[in-house]
Design a protein around this ligand. Structure first.
Ligand code: 0O2
Length: 229
């Protein structure tokens, strides 16, 4: 890992001869983040007006750092080119949507995917099927058109949706992973982390039930969107 970082640490060494294209592409990803974030903010506001409830607690976004992009390409044995970066990495533009209740995740997904300029490219449901370690989130890779001087480009954005409780677990586990390498995590720690995630999931369910009791009414059930190949 250290060697790889040392080898690619200078940004100018990345995507040799394509640095102008790289800068332009990052600008396009930045615009895609803004577009999707604005869509999410608007749908949250609209939902609040209609149902007196904000499904979204807060939104975070980030553009993947050039070094992380290069490391991911290297891990996947892909060449350091703009083409493989665009085709091989789905999360250069990343948005994290932290929802208040579990059911809000499906609501936000439905509202976002029902917009006709948003295309669902990939869907990973780590809520229905959590990862072995206890990681829970819904990951959507969406394509959205970004308009720039030379034309329009369908750009990929990763949208991670999770509750406040799922986010708490994921951020702490992420920090712990910096302190401990995977091989160093004892079985006991691994099981404790999984137990914490299961407990938080139980709490999420209970909070959802309390909310349902208080409100006694929820909007219409969600409909699923096919993934377009
Ligand atoms: P960072 O620093 O968060 O960006 P794929 O491209 O779909 O084939 P990938 O990228 O492994 O493969 O996809 P996946 O499984 O959907 O995971 C992508 C992101 O989800 C990760 O990005 C994390 O943000 C988050 N994630 C996935 N698994 C875990 C986990 O076990 N714990 C935590 N805390 N987060 C997880 P990056 O690039 O790893 O990191």
């Amino acid at each position: 890992m250290k060697e790889a970082i040392a080898r690619i640490k200078k940004e100018s060494e990345l995507f040799q001869g394509e640095i102008q294209d790289f800068t332009t592409l990052m600008q396009i990803y930045r615009s895609a983040i803004k577009e999707v974030q604005t869509k999410l903010e608007i749908l949250d506001d609209t939902f609040k007006t209609r149902y007196s409830h904000n499904p979204i607690h807060h939104i975070e976004s980030r553009l993947k750092a050039p070094t992380s992009i290069a490391l991911k390409l290297e891990r996947r044995d892909l060449p350091m080119t703009i083409k493989s970066m665009e085709e091989g990495i789905d999360d250069i533009a990343g948005i994290r949507v932290i929802c208040n209740y579990v059911e809000d995740i499906a609501t936000v997904e439905e509202l976002l995917l029902s917009q006709d300029d948003v295309t669902l490219l990939k869907r990973k449901d780590y809520i229905t099927e959590p990862k072995e370690n206890g990681y829970r989130s819904l990951h959507l890779i969406v394509g959205i058109p970004v308009y720039f001087a030379e034309g329009k480009r369908l750009t990929k954005v990763e949208v991670q949706l999770r509750t406040i409780a799922m986010d708490m677990w994921a951020s702490l586990e992420h920090k712990l992973r910096y302190k401990l390498k995977v091989g160093e995590i004892s079985e006991e720690t691994r099981l404790s982390l999984r137990a914490c995630s299961d407990e938080l999931s139980r709490i999420d369910e209970e909070m959802q039930n309390i909310y349902r009791e208080v409100v006694k009414e929820r909007p219409a059930p969600v409909r699923r969107h096919p993934v377009r190949e």
